[in-house]
Ligand binder design. Structure first.
Ligand code: AMP
Ligand code: GLY
Length: 445
């Protein structure tokens, strides 16, 4: 079987490594993949946003199954296009991916169907938003309607900050057309839980829960990022809360999407906050989370491709989905400076034997003579091994560069294991948080 995975981050690497376990798979293509994914799949230089070329490629190579992982192509209708061309796919069609593509849509869906979420107002002009802020309680949360690379949410602690956020999103178009409308919502408090689920539109099967660490710096300080590390399961997600989420959030969401004629098939991600009034939805994503996937999939005992195909075929109810009763931790190594500006092009080196547990994100292969010169001691100590062909080197090319994942019988061992791995990887401006899992460990006691 020939499988194609659209995307090129750590999430896609985790999906590809898991899919390789299926004996039916003879070939995996990654579009575009990255320098580390190249060790596990053939990377094709077609951007994940180029839906026409992706579809042409799939037809020309006789792809049997396509997995569309990132939000942009899903929201833009990549699955619709591939299905029209007769290709079986994992991922929602555009009409369902709107659950992530428009925050106004998702908030209105929750209101209409009584799904617990923060109270909110929608604005499509600057003046009425500014007027509303004059009396709104603070802190308050301002969200651009559309996709904004995970940066479209601003928590304003004062009215002044709220005004600035409205102006930069709506007037200065910080996120382009994604800011034509905004949602201003109630600030909620409580631990956050990520729950990814498989759904074929009839059955919803939650995966093991996880905890993301969104801020750039230790102690949840610094700017919001795509995620600096994860642990699974999340100790705040008790069995009682899981049951409540299933009854009040997961099943009602699937039913609501069906009632709207927008059946969701794929991975539906519930970003939840466990407030004193019970669990509430902070956001929906129409895809696997990143770096949640890097801890959730290593704990999946069942065959991923079999489960995905059951989602496509609408047979999820009859398909077992099992997880190991273990713990996982992923520590993201970023380029220092992320999520703002950072330097790229430094060679990544690692001790032998670590790459099996590392998911590669913002890294690419370059010829040895294109590697940027870092400090001498780093180059001379660790040049032993990197997953690169002869004459090539893996260099950092993005903000989040690698995810180091360890699986163990206890959370403590998983966290220690992930940090041991991170300590064996080197590049000039590598940066990672030192407290991934600390909050979960404290909560678990
Ligand atoms: P998002 O980009 O939608 O994942 O939101 C980024 C982060 O903003 C979330 O992970 C929460 O920590 C925070 N957030 C979003 N909405 C709210 C809210 N209503 N109350 C408090 N925090 C929020
Ligand atoms: N880690 C959060 C996300 O994937 O959106």
């Amino acid at each position: 079987m020939k499988v194609m995975v659209v995307g090129g981050g750590g999430r896609e690497h985790a999906i590809i490594k898991k899919i390789r376990e299926n004996k039916e798979v003879e070939k995996i293509y990654a579009l575009p993949g990255n320098g580390g994914i190249a060790a596990d799949a053939e990377c094709i230089a077609i951007p994940a946003s180029d839906i026409d070329r992706i579809t042409e490629f799939a037809k020309a190579r006789g792809i049997d199954y396509a997995i569309v992982a990132p939000d942009d192509p899903l929201v833009a209708g990549c699955v619709d296009k591939l299905e029209e061309a007769g290709i079986r796919c994992f991922g929602p069609r555009a009409c369902a991916a709107v659950i992530e593509g428009s925050k106004v849509f998702s908030k209105e869906l929750m209101k209409k169907y009584g799904i617990p979420t923060a109270a909110y107002e929608v604005f499509s002009d600057v003046e009425s938003a500014l007027e509303y802020i004059k009396t709104a309680p603070v802190p308050t949360v301002i969200k651009a309607d559309g996709l904004a690379l995970g940066k479209g949410v601003i928590i304003a602690n004062t009215r002044r900050e709220a005004e600035d956020a409205v102006l930069s999103i709506m007037r200065d178009k910080q996120f382009g057309a994604s800011g034509d409308k905004i949602v201003i919502e109630e600030f909620l408090e409580g631990p956050e839980v990520s729950v990814l689920s498989f759904t074929d539109g009839k059955t919803v099967v939650p995966m093991v829960s996880s905890m993301d660490h969104k801020r750039a710096k230790d102690g949840d300080e610094g700017l919001n990022t795509g995620g600096m590390g994860t642990v699974a399961p999340n100790p705040y997600y008790s069995e009682a809360i899981a049951k409540e989420c299933m009854e009040k959030i997961f099943i009602p969401t699937i039913n609501a999407m069906n009632s709207e004629g927008r059946t969701f098939k794929g991975c539906l991600y519930f970003g939840l906050m466990i407030t004193k009034d019970g669990p509430k939805v902070i956001e929906y994503n129409c895809r696997f989370g990143d770096p949640e996937t890097q801890v959730v999939l290593p704990l999946l005992k069942s065959d991923l491709l079999t489960v995905m195909m059951a989602v496509t075929d609408g047979t999820l109810e009859k398909t077992p989905v099992e997880f190991y009763d273990r713990h996982a931790c992923c520590v993201v190594i970023a380029s220092d400076g992320y999520p703002l500006s950072y330097e790229k092009g430094f060679a990544i080196s690692a001790d032998t034997g670590v790459w099996d547990s590392v998911f590669v994100a913002g890294a690419k292969l370059v010829h040895e003579n294109e590697v940027r010169q870092g400090s001498d001691d780093i180059r001379s100590i660790r040049d032993e091994y990197a997953p690169a062909p002869e004459g090539m080197r893996l260099v950092n090319s993005g903000g989040r560069v690698l995810g180091c994942t360890a699986v163990a019988d206890s959370l403590k061992e998983a966290v220690d294991g992930a940090y041991r791995l991170a300590g064996k990887i080197h590049f000039e401006n590598a940066y990672y948080r030192r407290d991934i899992g600390a909050r979960a460990l404290a909560a678990g006691k």
